[in-house]
Ligand binder design. Sequence first.
Ligand code: SF4
Length: 389
Amino acid sequence: MSEVIRPVAVYVHIPFCAKHCAYCDFNTYVERAQSGLVQATVAAIQRDIERAGRELAARDDSVVVPTIFFGGGTPTFLLGEQLASILRTVQDNFAVAPHAEISSEANPGSSDATKFAAMRAAGFNRLSIGVQSFDDGLLVALDRFHTAGEAERALQAAREAGFTNLNLDLMFGLPKQNLPLWEATLERALALGTEHLSLYALTLEPGTRFERLDAGGKLDLPDEDVELNMYERSIALLTAAGLEHYEVSNFARPGYRSQHNQVYWRNEEYLGIGPGAVSYLDGRRWKRERLPARYNAKVEAGADLAVESECLAAEGTLGETMMLGLRLRDGLPLQTIRHRFGIDPLTYFEAQIARLQSEDLITLDSDTLRLTHRGLLFANDALGAFLPD
Ligand code: SF4
């Protein structure tokens, strides 16, 4: 075993949901619980993990897994025993770091104390619960599969199962949502005292019901100014309540930042398992077969699972690393970029940095670049400046 450790995070994609939400374009399929396809996919994911573990260990015995994340889709669409069994397969086939962060997304509509207890006993130590809103009317408009009361009960069940590290996902900029409605959701979330909150502005993704409604002029979305107010108000309320605003969309109590998501923001390596999962290893990014039936057949046949693959040129990786790293509120220490790429970003991105500074979107202080308050409000536009044309 090599002395040097190479961290590679593991993501496991569960591509099923009980119902399709109006805004969602993730790789997920509405299925009957425990259908033949669901069971075959659980088995295929486990074979995929075994093979990926073998292949990675054969190439590099220094790999250690610092974080594992089950996402979807809806991981809790599966039985607790199935999630436990998949996690065990990861633990048996990879060198998982002691005290690794092991998270799963959970949907309040498919979660209960028994399932959470099985997950906790298996080694999951963090849950990310997709609440989205504490307003029942908005939950119906989003086609969510649960009520606000069920979301609160899911959180209570997670606590009873022994989870001490919980995130809630919440959305703003929703149809007919106004500032008081959003504040009410934030205040209810704060009252529940979770360790982490992720706040996402609604985006209209191609192919979703919301996109079609919007195209027909039937989606009553708040104005951009109102949406910016919602975001600014979130920052004020949550930081006043003692949460650290550590990433554009993420807030945590001290010591509870998401370790797994920080792998993505630092543009570090990860292996994605399951239908449609993306991997980033050895300077190559690729996606696995998206359709569960096709994925299962390829796993069974021992075929190559990659359907889209790109070798990232150093220039693209450098720009992505700048763009992702600047999402962190601690900022991007430029020495890390010089060390990793052998390039001085102050020279390489001289024009971009000068423009973003003149527009009050970023600051440079003690060799660290950071988004300003204005930069936070227009983060996607500002950070796009670092990507190649
Ligand atoms: S539950 Fe999550 S993954 Fe499933 S459709 Fe809704 S938003 Fe998408």
